[in-house]
Design a protein around this ligand. Structure first.
Ligand code: 8YV
Length: 315
């Protein structure tokens, strides 16, 4: 029997590529020089799209594949998939929740600690001889016991808050409503009010049109000159130009960011700032988690074409 043809939007590690190629005929969109011509040529035979969280599948891609049945996303975030286009044609969508939750939470908390304690600069202080030449490293800010806000108490936000409790932090969260699994933490409905009572504000919301720029100039101003904003969700949750303005003027103390508008390119204004920690969208980037994500992408594809229920359906 001939293999099911799939469109692969971005590269995967070899340990995912080999089993994917063994089971499917994968057409590699990311290798095509002329994307439109490539889609026109292979689209008619495509029955599934395998993509990544940040790459998704846009309306043109979906329209080019009239036989499309499933979009399997390597990532928990599916905001880059045109869900309306998929829904309109009854195309199923899956993601990779749960398997990455703890790693994403770990990276958020690690960024808070590393940035607050100036660990990147401290490393340079040792390596460039400043320690011997200039003496003690400049003092930095304490984390434990401070006030933390978690904007979006889903799976990842919950794991962030759990970790922050280990640092004896005073924790509050915002979400569409109070969560009965979070009675130990204060619920603050309004994002600006949450920012105003936070030294550290974590953005852990699933991104959608409804959450676009939820962290706006007002939220950023409320977090203030002593505050730190940590984003391990999607860039679209933050008004990036308001963030840059506030970081440049000192209206916001600092930011630790794993995601950027237009990534992997980023606004060059970030590179000139001393008060930001910049990370290359790698919160889920451990061998263990990425292997589990890759397996889940394949398991969803296999389940679908075997006529079995999807493991982690979005649509
Ligand atoms: C990416 C992510 O998918 O889970 C998500 O939503 O954005 C990430 O895990 C990852 O960078 C792999 O492309």
């Amino acid at each position: 029997m001939s293999k099911v043809e799939i469109l692969q939007v971005g590269p995967y590690p070899e340990w995912d590529q080999l089993p994917l190629d063994a089971a499917f005929m994968s057409h590699r969109y990311f290798e095509a020089a002329d994307k439109a011509a490539f889609l026109a040529a292979v689209g008619p035979n495509i029955r599934a799209i395998a993509t990544r969280g940040e790459l998704g599948a846009n309306a043109d891609m979906i329209a080019a594949c009239p036989k499309l049945e499933l979009i399997s996303v390597y990532g928990v975030g599916y905001d880059a998939v045109d869900l309306n286009a998929a829904r309109a044609r009854g195309i199923r969508v899956t993601n990779t929740p749960d398997v990455l939750t703890n790693d994403v939470a770990d990276l958020g908390v690690a960024m808070m600690l590393a940035h607050s304690r100036g660990m990147i600069g401290a490393e340079a202080w040792v390596r460039d001889g400043s320690w011997a030449a200039k003496g003690l490293y400049p003092l930095k800010h304490r984390v434990w016991g401070k006030r933390a806000g978690v904007l979006g108490l889903g799976r990842i936000g919950f794991e962030v808050a759990k970790r922050l409790a280990g640092f004896d932090m005073d924790i509050a969260y915002s979400d569409v409503g109070p969560k009965d699994y979070a009675k130990q933490w204060e619920f603050v409905a309004d994002a600006t009010a949450l920012a105003a009572r936070s030294d550290f504000l974590f953005v852990t919301l699933a991104a959608s049109a409804a959450t676009r720029h939820i962290v706006n100039a007002g939220v950023i101003a409320a977090l203030g000159p002593q505050g730190m904003l940590i984003n391990i969700s999607r860039a679209s949750n933050i008004d990036e130009s308001a963030l840059l303005d506030a970081l440049e003027t000192g209206a916001l103390g600092s930011a630790a960011l794993d995601v950027f508008e237009g990534e992997p390119a980023l606004n060059p204004r970030f590179l000139a700032l001393p008060n930001v920690m910049l990370q290359p969208h790698h919160a889920s980037g451990t061998y263990e988690t990425r292997k589990a994500m890759g397996a889940l992408v394949r398991d969803n594809l296999m389940a679908h074409f075997a006529g079995k229920p999807l493991l982690t359906p979005v649509l």
